[in-house]
Structure formats: structure tokens, C-alpha cells
Design a protein around this ligand. Structure first.
Ligand code: T1G
Length: 695
């Protein structure tokens, strides 16, 4: 037996235990070990049935993604058929996760038992492939093509109870001793015949209304734009209802092979591992113990503060919400309640859940009331003097060991820390708006921030469902600083001849959910205006006036909040419509600037926008503000809606090649000026033939 899989006999039941930490992935040796175990059970005359179970925290979480696209052993390809053809029933005992190849393994077994807290799913589409272990052929036979289609195309995790109702799980047992429950179940069914074999269950895949496939294609059109894996998933389920099992499996394998080494799959695998890599901090090892956050606190009940408080409540963590005035506090609580009521209308939670979450948010009016919180996050007005005052008060009241975080999006964390006598406890925890929706958590490490504080922010970030990435302290930190040139360049393009709707179309076709000008209208042109005002004072030499958005602001065109900004909006309709008044402002400004407008190709628009940020990200990397290029990608994927199937800003840059980017920027530097001077790192990588991933 490989040491990845153990076999033991308990009574008349053969128990095969997969032990491949951390998630029992089907790494090489695991299929082989399982087969050895099953063969032992089959060969032993005293064994009447078998149980397949995972050691540690989970059943099998799927194929080992690190080995995807690499040759597989013959056993790894057909062990599920071997299980299914066994003359002794095999029960899959599921806790934690049974995902991808893990669930497919369970579907190759004859019965499935799961604990209440387990989750099952076929998430392969999320990494740009499809269930390649006959899951697209067995699941429709077990639960019907419609339910199977929904699970396979969304890749979602299905809780055990729901999986039981669907027919995936035969028995849901209470969280606890799964092994005993599974052995008892195995003894109960050991002599039952015929042994249920899913590949032979055909009634659910006969006479199927083929309209469900086109309906699904229509349904995913927007979300699956530019992608092929979701559509290949649909083709596989279509094969399940139109071909015999073995031919369907062959079709699935064919479609799988078309995806596994394609750009989409490689980019999504990169994103999967980058997200986990972001939690690895070079100078912090596992010996650093995070603060256990049992009680959180938020200072400021505005849009951000309220959203942050919701993040804790949504994850079952009690949180105090502090405001200075009863009026603001009540307004803040009312906004939170309204947000939950919207979720109820959308069906994502019910009234009982809303009440449960609201009960976890304790509105308070005095600093003393939050003194015993383990973590406090300040989310007050984006003004340094206000933040310094708040941190002075926090320093005076918070218990020793508490973490003092600021949600500031750009202000100097070290200056904020100097307002306290415990700078080691201070760091940035920058949420993107709306805080209860956007998954990015930018963790800003000050010069004195302790390792415990960083690890605490990373851990609590995961607990509240965020994806954390750590960066150093500078104006704009990693996310906004790398984003700024994009914001400037999009305006320069308009001055030079492009129109907002053309730029937005280029970025939507690239894969963004919204165009950058429409995003500007959503965020509000007043926000950008205020940042430019501050920058004009603080760093006049780097600052570049943007006359067109300034003019729109002065005209009172703030965006959706004033039913017009870059575009016009009809009441209750978020569709952006070009506005002749804006065209006039653009043309007048070009005349005043003496600019001869010229046409841009879509590719030049895309490259001008993204290369400008790639250049800034390169500077951020060479200054050591970011640990690695993939952390920039995490910020862009989770903060700015960069299309995940393109991996991320720096991954995309590496696909183009640093050398090509360098040469393009050198030409632009001659044509458009100093702002296109390539970062030193870009020149170095171009000269050495290296990539941003190498950096
Ligand atoms: N392969 C390799 N490593 C994996 C892995 C996997 N499938 N899943 C997790 N890891 C690593 C992860 O990189 C991290 O490593 C550690 O385990 C803990 O993960 C034939 C071909 C299971 C829900 O897509 O969704 O099956 O950073 O931090 O938050 O049809 O991991 O510690 O070094 O995410 O508790 C299909 C992917 C594969 C599941 C647990 N399966 N994994 O979440 O822990 S394709 C998946 C997850 C397939 C078949 C096809 C999550 C999780 P490190 P973690 P977690």
C-alpha cells in the first residue's frame, strides 16, 4: 500500500482511508493506493462491503491541480470503473469536501454517506476545465440532466443536505463519527442486490428536452463571455443524454483534452494558486500566532464602516459599530438593514438570517464601549487629521494586544501609527466598496507593523470571506497606486480623440463586467475630483490636470447619483447612454488644449490603459512595496474586476512578453512623452528575457 492510502478490516467491512494532506487531492499514488485497497477487500472472503473515507479534514478535494495536463497513469484514468464493477458494494464516506475528481470517485462508488457539514461539487469549470472523471456522464444519470447541468456549469459547492435531496447523497449523518456511521451503513446494504451502478441508470437521460442546453447557453452568455469551458461542460451533458455511457465518457475525455492545456485553463489555475500564494509572506512563518478575533469593532457607520461591520456579522462574528452621533449611528444601522432587506428580496438570505446578523452588530456611541474588541477597523472620513484623532483615542482605550486597523485607501499608515504608542499594532485593512460585496482585502504593512498583526489580518480576512494580499506603505498602496495610471490614461485617450463609449466597449470585450467610464459614473465623478484636488496640493509635480472630468464635475454631472456623468441614465436603468452634452465638453476641451483628435485602434486603447498600470506595478515591485507580481494580479482580479480567465494584469503582461511591452513603451515615450518611460524593472526583464513571474 502506498503510504497515501491505508487499508484495514473492521468486522466484515474493508475500510480504505486516503491520507494525502492537506485536502486528499488525487496526487499520483492515491488512485493506485485506493485500487490496492479495493482489490484487497474484493480478495478477502470475510469482507462483504467496503468504505472509502478521507483522513484529516476532508474526503477528496479533486485531482491534484499541480499535475493537471501532465500524463496520468492508466489506473488514474479508470479506477472509478473498477470500483463500480466491484461485486462487493463500496460506500463513499464524505466529510469536508468531495469536489471534482473526489465527487467523481464517490459517484464510482455504489453509495454515498455524508456528514451534515460536508459539501460536494464539480468545480472544474472554475479552473477552465470540466469534470474529466466521468462526472458529466454519471451525475446526469443520478440526479437528472438539468440539476447536473446547473452544478457542472456553475461549479458550485452543494451542502450535504441539498445533495441528499438531489439524490447524490444516500444518507446524511450528524457531524461526528463518520467512519462508524459509514461502516454501519455498509453492513446494512452489504447483501442488497442489485448493487446500484450509476453508469447503468439510464432512465433520467432518456427522452430529455434538448431545449435545456440552449437555455443554459443563453443563461450563461454574459458571465461566460470569451470563455469555452462552460460551453464544453454543456456539450458533455448533452453527450450524456444522447450517447451510451462509454461513448459519452470518450466524448468527455476529448473535450477535456481540448481545455486542459489551453490559455483559459492555465490562467485560471494561475489565479487559483496565486490567491493562496498571496497569504505566504516571505519573512513570516507558521510559528507566528495570529490574534484570535472573537469580537471586532468598526469606527464609523458610513457606507464603508457599515459594509465592513456586515462582513463580520455575515460570518457570525460579533461586531461593535461606533459612531460619534446617535443620528449617524441610526442612519448607519438603517443602511445595513436596507442592505439585508435587498438580499432577502434577491433570495440570498431569509428574514431569520437577517435578524441573526443584525443581532451580531452592536451599535455604540462611546470609545469605551469597544475597548474589549480584539480588532478594530477605522472607517471614518478620508482625512489624515481625522484619522490621527481617532487612532489617538483608540490607543487610549483599546485593550493590550488589540489590532488597530485603518480602512484608508491611500493615506500614510506610518503617520497614522505615529498617533499611537503601539505602532506595532497598526496596519491597513483596505476594503473595496461595497465592502460587504467586494472580495479584495488589501493589507498594508507599516514600517513597525508586527508580524502578528499581519497574520491576524490575513486570517480574519479569510474568515470573513475576503481574499487578502499584503503590500507595503506608499501613496495609494498597491491597488490604487497601480490603478491610478489607468485612470489618468483613459482621460488622456479621450482628450486625444477616443470617446468614452469606445473605451468602455474595448474593456468590456476584453472581459471586464463594466467599462471604466461607466464604473466612474457608478463610483461618482466627485470622488475622483476630490482625490485630484488633494494630489494637486500634495504632489503638484506628478499631478496632471484632467480638464474633462473636472468640467463634468463642475457641471454637476457626478454620474449615476445625478442621473448623468460620462453617460446619461434613464430612471431605474443602469444602461449608459452617450450624451451629446458630454461630446460637446470633450470637443471644446480638445480645442482649448489645441489637440488634433485622432482615431485609436481597439488594441491601442487596451494596451495604453493596461500598459500604463503595468509600468506602475513594475515600479511598485522594484520598490519592494509588493512581494510578487501575482499579488498585483490578486488585487486586480478581486479589486478591479480584471477578467479571471486572463489570469491577472501581470500574468497577461507575461503572455505578451516584457520585451514587447518594453519596446512599445519606448516608442510611446518618444511619441507621447515622459510618462511612458519604462520602469527600470521592465528594462531589466526585457534585457534578460525574464518575466514578471520571475521578478
Ligand atoms: N490540487 C492541489 N492542491 C490543492 C487542491 C487541489 N485540487 N485543492 C487545494 N489545494 C491546496 C491549496 O493550494 C493549499 O495549498 C491547500 O491545499 C489548502 O487549500 C479529474 C481534473 C478544497 C475548498 O478545484 O476549492 O478534479 O497554499 O487554502 O480554503 O475531474 O482548496 O497550503 O500550499 O484552498 O480550506 C477539482 C480546489 C480539481 C478544488 C479547500 N477540485 N480546491 O479550501 O483550503 S480538477 C478543485 C478548493 C479535477 C477531475 C478534475 C479548496 C478547498 P497551500 P485551501 P480551503
Amino acid at each position: 500500500m502506498s503510504d497515501l492510502v491505508e487499508y484495514e478490516k473492521i468486522g466484515s467491512i474493508g475500510v480504505i482511508t486516503v491520507n494525502n494532506p492537506p485536502v486528499n487531492a488525487l496526487s499520483p499514488g492515491v488512485p493506485e493506493g485506493m485500487v490496492e485497497g479495493v482489490e484487497k477487500g474484493i480478495a478477502d472472503p470475510d469482507v462483504k462491503a467496503m468504505v472509502l473515507i478521507g483522513a484529516g479534514r476532508s474526503f477528496i478535494a479533486g485531482a491534484d491541480i499541480k499535475f493537471l495536463g501532465k500524463p496520468r497513469s492508466k489506473i488514474a484514468s479508470n479506477y472509478r470503473e473498477l470500483f463500480e464493477n466491484s461485486e462487493k458494494p463500496i460506500v463513499a464516506a464524505i466529510h469536508g469536501y468531495a469536489l471534482g475528481g473526489g465527487l467523481e470517485t464517490a459517484l464510482g462508488c455504489h453509495y454515498r454517506v455524508a456528514v451534515e457539514s460536508a459539501k460536494v461539487g464539480l468545480p472544474e469549470v472554475l479552473i477552465g476545465i470540466l469534470p474529466g472523471g466521468a462526472g458529466t456522464q454519471r451525475l446526469p444519470r443520478l440526479i437528472g440532466p438539468e440539476a447536473a447541468l446547473e452544478m457542472i456549469v456553475t461549479g458550485r459547492h452543494v451542502p450535504a443536505r441539498e445533495a441528499g435531496e438531489l439524490g447524490i447523497i444516500d444518507e446524511v449523518v450528524a457531524d461526528g463519527d463518520l467512519k462508524s456511521a459509514a461502516i454501519a451503513f455498509a453492513e446494512k446494504i452489504a447483501d442488497q442486490r442489485p448493487i446500484p451502478r450509476i453508469s447503468q441508470m439510464n432512465e433520467k437521460v432518456e427522452n430529455v428536452d434538448s431545449g435545456i442546453f440552449d437555455a443554459m447557453r443563453k443563461k450563461i452568455e454574459r458571465r461566460a463571455r470569451n470563455q469555452i469551458a462552460p460551453y464544453h461542460c454543456i456539450l458533455c451533458v448533452e453527450a450524456a443524454v444522447s450517447l451510451p455511457f462509454d461513448e459519452g465518457v470518450a466524448r468527455e475525455r476529448e473535450l477535456f483534452q481540448e481545455l486542459v492545456n489551453g490559455e483559459e485553463a492555465k490562467s485560471l489555475r494561475y489565479a487559483f494558486f496565486s490567491e493562496r500564494q498571496a497569504a505566504k509572506i516571505p519573512d513570516i512563518d507558521k510559528s507566528i500566532v495570529p490574534v484570535d478575533v472573537k469580537l471586532a469593532a468598526v469606527v464609523g457607520a458610513g457606507t464603508m464602516g457599515g459594509g465592513i461591520a456586515m462582513c463580520f456579522a455575515d460570518s457570525g462574528i460579533p461586531v461593535k459599530l461606533l459612531e460619534i452621533s446617535k443620528k449617524f449611528l441610526e442612519e448607519g444601522m438603517a443602511k445595513i438593514k436596507a442592505n439585508y432587506e435587498t438580499s432577502i428580496k434577491r433570495g440570498s438570505i431569509d428574514a431569520a438570517e437577517m435578524d441573526k446578523r443584525l443581532a451580531l452588530i452592536d451599535p455604540v456611541l462611546a470609545y469605551e464601549d469597544i475597548a474589549d474588541a480584539d480588532l478594530v477597523i477605522e472607517a471614518v472620513f478620508e482625512e489624515m487629521s481625522v484619522k490621527e484623532e481617532v487612532f489617538g483615542k483608540l490607543d487610549a482605550v483599546m485593550k493590550p494586544g488589540a489590532i488597530l486597523a485603518s480602512n484608508t485607501s491611500t493615506l500614510d499608515i506610518d503617520q497614522i501609527a505615529r498617533a499611537t504608542k503601539r505602532p506595532e499594532a497598526v496596519l491597513g485593512m483596505h476594503f473595496l466598496s461595497p465592502a460587504n460585496v467586494m472580495k479584495l482585502l488589501e493589507i498594508v504593512r507599516g514600517e513597525n507593523t508586527s508580524k502578528e498583526a499581519v497574520v491576524t489580518a490575513l486570517k480574519i480576512g479569510r474568515r470573513i470571506g475576503k481574499v487578502g494580499a499584503v503590500c507595503g506603505n506608499c501613496d495609494g498602496f498597491l491597488a490604487n497606486r497601480s490603478r491610478m495610471p489607468f485612470q489618468t490614461e483613459m482621460n488622456i485617450l479621450i482628450e486625444d480623440g477616443a470617446m468614452p463609449e469606445q473605451v468602455d466597449k474595448v474593456m468590456i470585450d476584453f472581459g471586464y463586467p463594466m467599462g471604466p467610464f461607466a464604473v466612474g459614473d457608478l463610483a461618482g465623478l466627485d470622488i475622483g475630483y476630490a482625490v485630484r484636488k488633494r494630489r494637486a496640493v500634495e504632489s503638484p509635480n506628478e499631478f496632471r490636470k484632467l480638464p474633462i472630468p473636472d468640467r463634468l464635475y463642475e457641471m454637476g454631472r457626478y454620474g449615476q447619483k445625478t442621473s448623468g456623468g460620462w453617460f446619461n441614465y434613464k430612471p431605474g436603468d443602469r444602461t449608459p447612454y452617450p450624451d451629446p452634452e458630454v461630446v460637446k465638453v470633450i470637443e471644446d476641451t480638445r480645442r482649448k488644449l489645441g489637440v488634433e483628435p485622432h482615431d485609436f485602434t481597439d488594441e491601442e486603447i487596451l494596451q495604453r490603459l493596461l500598459f500604463s498600470s503595468i509600468n506602475e506595478a513594475a515600479k511598485i515591485l522594484e520598490e519592494g512595496i509588493a512581494y510578487r507580481a501575482s499579488d498585483v494580479d490578486i488585487m486586480w482580479l478581486y479589486g478591479f474586476g480584471f477578467p479571471r480567465y486572463r489570469g491577472g494584469l501581470m500574468y497577461w503582461a507575461d503572455q505578451i512578453g516584457v520585451k514587447k511591452i518594453y519596446e512599445t513603451m519606448c516608442e510611446w515615450e518618444k511619441a507621447y512623452g515622459e510618462r511612458w518611460k519604462p520602469a527600470t524593472l521592465i528594462k531589466e526583464l526585457a534585457d534578460s528575457g525574464k518575466s514578471f513571474a520571475d521578478a
